[in-house]
Design a protein around this ligand. Structure first.
Ligand code: PEP
Length: 250
């Protein structure tokens, strides 16, 4: 369908412990073969990262990542996971600023920027999530919110390093609600993000994924838009057979 590289990212949230995660990835690997220009990223819970990375070690098209990291490499931060720890568990990427982290756990734009800078320094790819709430969209504040979320990042991450960063546009009102943004809605905000970072001197075209109630029925319509470089998926990535089918559609 498309010749540009595409990323299919699976965010398992608080699902699939170590045993279930290993079984999932073994089945998924049996159901899929590497495809040119397609990368498959998995974000299991922290305790399942090592078994998933190990089971996927023979598949260069599969990358594993953490759902969250702390910006400090070690210390008295009960309950947190450091970047060196997730690297030891095989992570090559990490989600930063997922809306559930921002809205349920109070993660700030500044913390998102600190985590992003620390990941880049360690050589991991940050997948930074941005997105507006329904009230913000309906109040005409989408652009304002996205730019506000990007500003500390633009401050802390030198323009040249943005080449190693991926953004996910995830409107909060579309996550886990069954109500996805239309391809036009998504494309419009992707363009807005590219314009905002380009204006601040970031060179080139940064990859941007769309996330929010993506499923097998709407993924092709979304990926038909060249502004999208892939999808970040929660609910529809939780079943190995269904996820294998979805990533095979494009
Ligand atoms: C997500 O968790 O990033 C997400 C987009 O979830 P869902 O696909 O379930 O809306």
């Amino acid at each position: 369908m498309t010749t540009r590289p595409l990323i299919y990212a699976a965010n398992w949230k608080m699902n699939h412990g170590p045993e279930a995660a290993r079984e999932f990835i073994e089945r998924f690997i049996a159901l899929t073969a590497p495809a040119a220009g397609r990368s498959l990223w998995f974000f299991p819970p922290a305790v399942s990262l090592a078994p998933v990375s190990h089971a996927a070690r023979t598949r260069a098209d599969i990358l594993t990542g953490a759902q969250n990291v702390h910006w400090e490499p070690k210390g008295a931060y009960t309950g947190e996971v450091s970047i060196p720890m997730v690297q030891q568990a095989g992570a090559k990427t990490a989600l930063v600023g997922h809306s559930e982290r921002r809205h349920l756990f109070g993660e700030t734009d500044d913390q998102v920027a600190r985590k992003t800078a620390a990941l880049l320094k360690a050589g991991l790819v940050p997948l930074v999530c941005v997105g507006e709430t329904l009230a913000e969209r309906e109040g005409g504040r989408t652009e304002h919110v996205i730019v506000r979320q990007l500003e500390p990042l633009l401050d802390k991450v030198p323009a040249a390093e943005w080449a190693r960063l991926v953004i996910a546009y995830e409107p909060v009102w579309a996550i886990g609600t069954g109500r996805n943004a239309t391809p036009d809605d998504a494309a419009q905000v992707h363009e807005l993000i590219r314009f905002a970072v380009g204006r601040c001197g970031v060179p080139g075209r940064i990859p941007i994924l769309y996330g929010g109630s993506v499923n097998a029925g709407n993924v092709l319509g979304l990926l038909a838009r060249p502004e999208l470089d892939g999808v970040l998926v929660g609910g529809a990535s939780l079943d190995a057979d269904g996820w294998a089918e979805l990533v095979g559609l494009g």
